[in-house]
Design a protein around this ligand. Sequence first.
Ligand SMILES: [Fe+2]
Length: 285
Amino acid sequence: MIELKDVVYCRLGTTDLAGAEWYAVNILGLEISGRRPGAVYFKSDDRQHTLCYFEGNPEDQTTAFEIGSADDLNRAGATLDSLGHAVHYGTREECELRHVAAFIAFKDPMGNQIEFVLRPDTSARAYHGTRDAGITGFSHVGLCSNDLERDEAFWTQVCNARVSDRIGDAPLMRLGTIHHSIALFPFHKPGIQHINHQVAGTDDIQRSFNFVREKQLTVTFGPGRHPTSSAEFLYFTGPEGMTFEYSSGVAEIHDEPLWRDRQFHFAPKGFCQWGAAPNIAAFKD
Ligand SMILES: [Fe+2]
C-alpha cells in the first residue's frame, strides 16, 4: 500500500505565461514565490509553492502528492513498476525545480500525470496574497476519469485513499482527516478537472462571487453548499479553461473506523444543497 500524506502542488503548462501569472495573482489571489526561466511558482499557504505555471502544452498537467520517507518512495516506485506503470525517478535538477528532496513521476490508470514527492519545501514566510481572497490554502484536486471504478481502485487499493462519499460513481477521497484531497469525475480525457483553494468563510465566497463576475469571468457553479463535505463553494474559469474552486468549511473526518461513505445523486442536488446547478461538463450527466 502506497501511503500518501497530502496533495502538494499542481503544475500547469500554459501558452501564455504572463497571462496565467496575471490571473493567478490578480484574480485567484495567489502570491508569487519564485521564478525560473519559463516558470512561475505561487504559494497559497505555508508551503514553498502549491501551483506552478510553466511555458508548455496546456494539456501538460501534473498533480503531486507527498510520501513519508525515501523507503516509501522507493517501494512505491517498485509497486507501480510491477503494475506496469512507467516510473520516472526525478533527476537532481528536476527535484530542484519542484523544491522537493526526491520524486517519482508516472501516469495513473487514466493517464493523469502524477508525482509522488519526498520532503517538499515549506517556506519560512506566511502567504500574503495581494488580492484579499481570504485563501487559507491549497486543499484538493479533481482528476478526470473515464472509468471511475478502475481509478477508485487505484487510489484506494494501490494507494491509501479512503472514499468519504460518492456522487453517483464519482468518489470523493481523503488522505488525512480532510473530507477529500482527491476526487474523480467523469471525463473522456486525462487532466486536472478542478483545483481547490480553501477560503476563510462565507464572506470570502460571496465577495469573490461578485469580484469574479465584475471581472467578467465565467462563474461555472455557485455560490452553493456541497451536501457531501458541507463546504460552501464557488467555481469559476481560469486560464486555458482550467476550473478553479474556492470553498470554505470542508468537513473533517475524525471517527475513521466508524465513518461510512454515503451515496449522493449524480445530479445538481448531489452537488449543491442550495439549488445551484453546475455548468461544468464533468459534473453533468
Ligand atoms: Fe472541489
